[in-house]
Design a protein around this ligand. Structure first.
Ligand code: ATP
Ligand code: MG
Length: 564
C-alpha cells in the first residue's frame, strides 16, 4: 500500500509541535539517526476519534521524518480482548490512510517478559507476594504516608524464582499471589511502591491460547515492548507521565534499549464520551445500534455517518499536540467535514417532507430535462439533467400561507425560483375536506428558465424541488448529538445525559433518480439540507441516507455562483 507516502497535508511550513521539536533535536544531535514510533491499542473495543489523534501523530511523525511506525496490539489482558476488535483496529488505521510498518502483539513478547522478570528476581528486585489485594493496598500507604514492607519482601531470590515458576505452572488459583517489583515503598511516586508485575489469570488468550496463566501488568509490559521494538519516541497520553519513572527504572535495571516516553494531552470532544468502557456500555445496553452507529465517536461510526479520512486527519492536525488537558468543540470536527465535502460531494435534489406543487399553466404530458451542475466547487464534476414536469414536490417548510416578514420562500402571491428551473408565482392552494393544504398552486414564467432567463424578474428566494412522477422513495436518517451536555463523562451517570432525540428517521423522503443505486459510503450534498452519505442498509428498492452534517450558510453563496 502506498498510503504512507501520501502527503498528509499541503502546508509543511507550520510551527513544530513540541514532539517534533524533540525529534528534530534528536536527529540533529545524532542521538538517533532515524525514528521509530508505535500505536499501541488494547484490542478491547473499536477505535475512536481520540485514537485517531494518536494514530495521526505517531504515523504522521514516522512519515514526516522518514521513520517507521508499528501497530502493536497491547493484548496483555485476555478477558476483555477479542479478534473482532483486532480486525476492526487494523481496518480503521488503513481507512485513515496509514499502513503499519509492522503489525505486532505484546503477547509475542510474553516469553521475553517472563525471562526478564526472572532477571529482576535474581537481582533481588522482584518478589512473589501472597498478601490479599486489600493488605497490599493498605501496606502501600498514601502519598503522604510511606508504605510498610511485609514479610514476603524479604524472601530470597532462589525461593522467589521457584515460586514464580510455580505461578507460571498453574499451581495457584487466580489471585492467589502476584509478582511485584521491589523498588521503594516510601517513594513519593506511588507507582514506584513495589508495583505489580504479574497476576494469575487462568484465562484463554486470543493468541497464546492456554499457554499462560500469568499475565503481565500493563506497566510491566509496556516499556519493555517499546524497548524490544527499539521505539525511539514512545508517545502516550498525559495520565502516563507519572508512570514514566517506573518504565525508566525497569529499562535501567534490565540494561535494555532505552525508549523515551513523551506525553501529550488526550483528545476530548464535547457532547460525547471517549472511554471504551462507556462506549461498550452504550453498545451493550442498546443505547446505540452498535459500535458503528453513526452517532458514536468511533471511527467506524464516523465513517458510516459520512466522515472522510481526510476530514479526520485535518481535524487531528488542527487540534494540535497539547501538553495540557482540554476539551475540543465538536463544531471543529463538523467544520472539517463540511470543508472537505464541499469540495467533493455531488449536489443532488432530495425532499425530506414533501408538499405537492402544481404548475397550472404547464402542459400535463410534458417533461423537460434541465441541466444542473454536479458541484459548483469542482467544474470537472460536470452537469446532469433533472426531470421537470407539471406536478412537483417541494419541502413543506418552503411554503407558508401566512408568512412572517422577510420570508423569501413561497406564499400566496409570492414568487420564488425553482433551482435550475423556472420562476413560479403562487396563485393559491388546494385543501382536503379537513381544510389541510394538499397542494400549492403556481404559475410558471416560461421566459425565466435558468440559463436563458429573459423575464427580467428578480426573486429573493430559490428552493429545491423534485418532479413528482420521477421522485423515488428513500429513507433518510437525521442525527443529532448523542448527549445533551457538553461533558457527559463528568456527570454522575453519563447515560442520564443521553439525548432522546439523537436520531430521527424519515421513512418516506423523496430523492432524484440519480440517487438510486449509489454505493454505501458515497457522499452527496442534498441541496439546502446538508451532506449525506449512502448507508450500508440501502437496498436497490430503497436507498438509505445518513445525514453527515448540516450545511451552514453555504446555500446563499452557492445559489449566487450558479446564477440560479
Ligand atoms: P480508553 O480510555 O478509551 O480505554 P485507552 O487509552 O485505554 O483508551 P488504548 O487502546 O490503550 O485505549 O489506546 C491506544 C493508544 O491511543 C494509546 O497510546 C493512548 O494513549 C491513545 N489514546 C487513547 N485515547 C486517546 C485520546 N482520547 N486522545 C489521544 N490519544 C488517545
Ligand atoms: Mg490503554
Amino acid at each position: 500500500m502506498a498510503a504512507n507516502t501520501e502527503p498528509i497535508r499541503e502546508a509543511e511550513k507550520e510551527p513544530l509541535n513540541f514532539i517534533e521539536e524533540i525529534i528534530e533535536e534528536d536527529l540533529r544531535s545524532g542521538r538517533h539517526t532515524t525514528i521509530r514510533t508505535r500505536f499501541p491499542p488494547e484490542p478491547n473495543g473499536y477505535l475512536h476519534i481520540g485514537h485517531a489523534k494518536s494514530i495521526c501523530l505517531n504515523f504522521g511523525l514516522a512519515r514526516k521524518y522518514g521513520g517507521k511506525c508499528n501497530l502493536r496490539y497491547d493484548d496483555t489482558n485476555p478477558t476483555s480482548e477479542e479478534q473482532e476488535y483486532v480486525d476492526s483496529i487494523l481496518a480503521d488505521i488503513r481507512w485513515l490512510g496509514f499502513e503499519p510498518d509492522e503489525i505486532l502483539y505484546a503477547s509475542d513478547y510474553f516469553d521475553q517478559l517472563y525471562e526478564w522478570a526472572k532477571v529482576l528476581i535474581k537481582k533481588g528486585l522482584a518478589y512473589v507476594d501472597f498478601s490479599t489485594p486489600e493488605e497490599i493496598a493498605a501496606q502501600k500507604g498514601s502519598p503522604t504516608v510511606p508504605g510498610t514492607p511485609n514479610k514476603y519482601r524479604d524472601t530470597s531470590p532462589e525461593e522467589n524464582l521457584a515460586l514464580f515458576e510455580r505461578m507460571k505452572n498453574g499451581e495457584f488459583p487466580d489471585g492467589h499471589c502476584v509478582l511485584r517489583a521491589k523498588i521503594d515503598l516510601a517513594s513519593p511516586n506511588m507507582h514506584l511502591r513495589d508495583p505489580y508485575m504479574y497476576r494469575i489469570k487462568h484465562a484463554y488468550h486470543h493468541r497464546t491460547g492456554n499457554k499462560w496463566c500469568i499475565y503481565p501488568m500493563y506497566d510491566w509490559a509496556h516499556g519493555q515492548c517499546d524497548s524490544i521494538e527499539r521505539i525511539t519516541h514512545s508517545i502516550c497520553t498525559l495520565e502516563f507521565a507519572s508512570h514514566r519513572p517506573l518504565y525508566d527504572w525497569f529499562i535501567e535495571q534490565l540494561g535494555i534499549f532505552p525508549s523515551k516516553q513523551y506525553e501529550f494531552a488526550r483528545l476530548n470532544l464535547t457532547y460525547t464520551v471517549m472511554s471504551k468502557r462507556k462506549l461498550l456500555q452504550l453498545v451493550q445496553e442498546g443505547y446505540v445500534k452498535g459500535w458503528d452507529d453513526p452517532r458514536m465517536p468511533t471511527l467506524s461510526g464516523l465513517r458510516r455517518r459520512g466522515y472522510t479520512p481526510e476530514s479526520i486527519r485535518e481535524f487531528a492536525h488542527r487540534v494540535g499536540v497539547a501538553k495540557r488537558e482540554n476539551i475540543i468543540d465538536v463544531s471543529l470536527l463538523e467544520f472539517c467535514i463540511r470543508e472537505d465535502l464541499n469540495k467533493r460531494a455531488l449536489r443532488r435534489f432530495a425532499v425530506l417532507r414533501p408538499l405537492k406543487l402544481i404548475l397550472t399553466n404547464y402542459p400535463e404530458d410534458r417533461v423537460e430535462w434541465l441541466e444542473t451542475e454536479n458541484n459548483p466547487e469542482d467544474p470537472s464534476a460536470g452537469y446532469r439533467t433533472v426531470p421537470f414536469s407539471r406536478e412537483l414536490y417541494i419541502e413543506q417548510e418552503d411554503f407558508m400561507e401566512n408568512p412572517p416578514p422577510k420570508y423569501f420562500r413561497l406564499y400566496p402571491g409570492g414568487m420564488v425560483r425553482l433551482k435550475s428551473a423556472y420562476i413560479v408565482v403562487c396563485t393559491g392552494v388546494e385543501r382536503d375536506a379537513q381544510g389541510k393544504i394538499t397542494a400549492v398552486l403556481c404559475r410558471y414564467i416560461p421566459e425565466s428558465r435558468s440559463g436563458s432567463d429573459t423575464s427580467g424578474l428578480k426573486v429573493k428566494g430559490t428552493i429545491h424541488w423534485l418532479s413528482a412522477s420521477h421522485a423515488r422513495i428513500a429513507e433518510v436518517r437525521l442525527y443529532d448529538r448523542l448527549f445533551q451536555v457538553e461533558d457527559p463523562a463528568s456527570e454522575e451517570d453519563f447515560k442520564k445525559a443521553i439525548n432522546p432525540n439523537s436520531l430521527e428517521i424519515i421513512p418516506q423522503a423523496l430523492v432524484e433518480p440519480a440517487l438510486l443505486n449509489t454505493k454505501p459510503g458515497e457522499h452527496f450534498q442534498f441541496m439546502r439540507l446538508g451532506y449525506f452519505c449512502t448507508d450500508p442498509d440501502s437496498t436497490p428498492e430503497k436507498p438509505v441516507f445518513n445525514r453527515t452534517v448540516t450545511l451552514k450558510d453555504t446555500w446563499a453563496k452557492e445559489a449566487k455562483k450558479q446564477h440560479n
